[in-house]
Design a protein around this ligand. Sequence first.
Ligand code: SF4
Ligand code: SF4
Length: 273
Amino acid sequence: MSNIIINNKFLILRRIVQVSILLLFIASNKFALKILDGNLSSAKVLDSFYMADPYMVLQILASGFVVAIDTLLGGLIILVFYSLIGGRSFCSWVCPVNIITDTANWLRKKLKMYKEDVKIPVKRNMRYWILALSIILSAIFGVAAFELISPVSMIHRGIIFGMGVGWAAILLVFFFDLFVLQNGFCGYVCPLGAFYSLINKISLFKVKHIKDKCTACNKCLIVCPEKQVLVNIINIKDSQIFGSECTNCGRCIDVCDDASLKFSIIKYKNINK
Ligand code: SF4
Ligand code: SF4
């Protein structure tokens, strides 16, 4: 039993964090426990200051609407936090969609649908084009374009305030990842994940690979939802994972029996070695 916990420690920890954040939002809505009040787009913390989704703020600014100073500062807090510390960890430690996509991926493996079945000709950088398009459309139509159709917002609001279209969003993402494209929504489509990938570049907190310990079993490559960040590093060199799409999920660390992967703080003087 203890081995199961140790081999899944970051997965378990992530689920605890994801569910706790959801429970705090629900508690605020149902029981007026004002620790996290609002939703992932904009939330009041401890009834005193705001945190806001910086990508949502960017879309509102592009749309030409005035953003309240509280929301602007809230967006800045999150932007600085993920830029410097969290990287793209919003995706794996906070976003509720991650639970759905991980479940679809798990089911894919159970059903032995191992291959990354690209049934539509798309590349992973499509999400960056969707990100750019969402800003352009926000500017043209004067609305926060992605917010109107964001499964992340629909599902999160559905969990807190009651499901409606939230169910449709859950099923859409789940079946897309299960039958169309492995890790499809997060890996190819979601502009919010792409936004956090962009600011992940300078994040201090990264996974590190230690070559001498690596036996090239490739277990990390099997579980990683963004394999491209590992391929040029595993069993090749000592390096932090600088690929900006790494979600800091820690799954690669969980499955590595050789202890050749670990979380570490980036040392800038070693970057160019
Ligand atoms: S890519 Fe988008 S949907 Fe997927 S976990 Fe990140 S923010 Fe959530
Ligand atoms: S490299 Fe590791 S931490 Fe980064 S996404 Fe892949 S499995 Fe998760």
